[in-house]
Design a protein around this ligand. Structure first.
Ligand code: UD1
Length: 418
């Protein structure tokens, strides 16, 4: 297993390009299962998770090729309708193949994702919605088997809370269902909008993009699509926060500031100087970082996927910060590791109370999940001394060329075998 070595305390300077969004690319790739023919997806990041979903599609019989950042995928030759435990266990988003397979083939068997480091993360919303659309579901041996005799039918689905992959799975199921599907309390994340755009370019009839109610008129057939993956707003946010912690002046290119309303407002409140254009953001750090409170919320609120990184920044603020996690119940695993680096944090239920310190110290720490790992990188860049982060395969799931990008900004970062 590889570890990351960071010699902290160097300011970041320069310009880097933000990659395509992992959480957008995964549903776009899954959507190619809806219809045979060559689909083309641009700006796809080359990451552990995007490779995993391509292996999953291959195991179903799909073929694909990558040229640079462009993927071409053809699912004409599907010959297996089962997503195995081995693939699903490494990436929960594998559940995204259930909706499109069921819609096109009338049948699918997908391993249940099982426990996840950041909480129970059930898929009951996905299953209840598909049942309402006429699927027969069986849960056995850790798999969900789904069938429809006569295709899926439109239905009105109301999620208890907005679920991102739940909305995406049901959207993909609904575009080939008979009649009208209405998804109420739908997730409004930009990644959902990217999928809506792809489905519309396939010929689907979807109204309500970017709102909490999506109305889908099912189509008899669709056609292959060409689509561009949106920039990764979580990668963008992570680098902005890293500059806040380590200092310096950085320009992020090929990003979309409009997808980060809550983060940009909060970072400005800390005193960071942020200048936006349509597709780039300049950030620079003043001498003092003011403490702020945040509460994670579904989009457009503050993203749970940036909570850990923001906590690393607040560890270096000038006061007390209360960080409340409302989306996932066990998403404070970075706290113990940040404390090893000298952070002063107390957990009280679903809130973390962070007292800013003058300086973090390098330490040996362990990555526990994707975004927790990113918070340790942020802390390590700012800390005095050397930080060693083990188990960085978590980071490789979601950050394309992180080491190279940080090196381009002048950070002393390297990867070593453990
Ligand atoms: C997606 C993102 C993940 C992000 C999360 C929240 C992808 C691949 N992953 O995950 O990075 O952290 O959104 O923004 O896009 N829930 C249920 N039952 C369900 C589904 C969800 O109770 O069937 C609950 C979850 O436990 C959680 C909330 O709904 O409390 C939102 O989760 P959801 O939006 O579904 O997360 P994911 O789609 O898994």
């Amino acid at each position: 297993m590889d570890k990351l070595i960071i010699e902290g305390g160097r300011k970041l300077h320069g310009e880097i390009r933000i990659s395509g969004a992992k959480n957008a690319a995964l549903p776009l790739i899954a959507a190619t299962l809806l219809i045979p023919g060559w689909h083309v997806i641009h700006n796809v990041p080359d990451l552990r998770d995007t490779r995993t979903i391509l292996v999953l599609l291959e195991s179903l019989g799909a073929i694909w090729k990558r040229e640079g950042e462009t993927l071409s995928i053809n699912t004409e030759t599907l010959n297996n309708l089962e997503a195995s435990y081995d693939l699903v266990k490494t990436m929960r988003a594998s559940i995204l193949v259930l909706g499109p397979l069921l819609a096109r083939m009338g049948k699918a068997r997908v391993s249940l994702p099982g426990g996840c480091a950041i909480g129970a993360r059930p898929i009951d919303f996905h299953l209840q919605a598909l049942t309402k659309m006429g699927a027969d579901l069986d849960l056995e041996d850790g798999y969900v088997s789904a069938f429809t005799d006569d295709g899926l039918s439109g239905a009105t689905i109301c999620f208890d809370v907005p679920s991102v992959t739940g909305t995406e799975n049901i959207l993909m199921a609904a575009v080939l269902a008979k009649g009208v599907t209405v998804i109420k309390n739908a997730a409004r994340e930009p990644e959902v909008g990217n999928l809506v755009d792809m489905l519309i370019s396939m010929g689907a009839d979807i109204a309500g993009r970017d709102t909490d109610q999506l109305t889908i008129h099912g189509a008899k057939s669709l056609m292959p699509a060409e689509v561009t993956t949106i920039p990764d707003r979580i990668e963008t946010g992570t680098y902005l926060i890293a500059v806040g912690a380590a200092g310096g002046e950085v320009t992020l290119k090929n990003c979309n500031p409009a997808h980060l309303p809550a983060l940009l407002e909060k970072l400005r409140a800390t005193g960071l100087i942020i200048k936006e254009s349509v597709n780039s953001i300049f950030v620079s750090k003043p001498s003092i970082v003011h403490s702020i409170d945040i509460k994670t919320q579904p989009y457009p609120g503050f993203p749970t996927d940036l909570q850990a990184q923001l906590m690393a920044l607040m560890s270096l603020s000038n006061g007390l910060s209360v960080i409340t996690e409302t989306i996932f119940e066990n998403r404070f695993m970075h706290v113990a590791e940040l404390k090893r680096m000298g952070a002063e944090i107390q957990i009280n239920g679903n809130s973390a109370i962070v007292k800013g310190v003058k300086q973090l110290r390098g330490a040996q720490v362990m990555a526990t999940d994707l975004r927790a790992s990113a918070s340790l990188v942020v802390a390590g860049l700012a800390a005095k001394g050397v930080t060693e982060i083990s188990r960085i395969y978590h980071l490789e799931r979601g950050y394309e060329n992180m080491v190279e990008k940080l090196q381009a900004l002048g950070a002393r970062v390297s990867k070593e075998k453990d």
